[in-house]
Design a protein around this ligand. Sequence first.
Ligand SMILES: [Zn+2]
Length: 98
Amino acid sequence: MGRSRGPNKYQRAAASPQRDVSRLANGGARREMRRGREWFVREVSAQRAEKIYRCPECGNDVPAGQQHVVAWSAENLFGDSAAVADRRHYHAHCWRLM
Ligand SMILES: [Zn+2]
């Protein structure tokens, strides 16, 4: 398996600048399953929460300056850019309870 020949291809990829490109493609998001679908999820810190959003789970505002979660489908039929355009902002607790 090439284990004796130094880093495997995954380790090399992790150490190369390519890693930043793939991180950017997903906006540094992680994947999570919710309600049988796969989502990209990213935490928005209080400092970066500059706008008011409407939480689709509870229907209330996510105030500016509040840490929350942004999520978009990882299964969008129209591709990742369409999915990113369709991002939703959730209260952190709403997302956790979904
Ligand atoms: Zn909510």
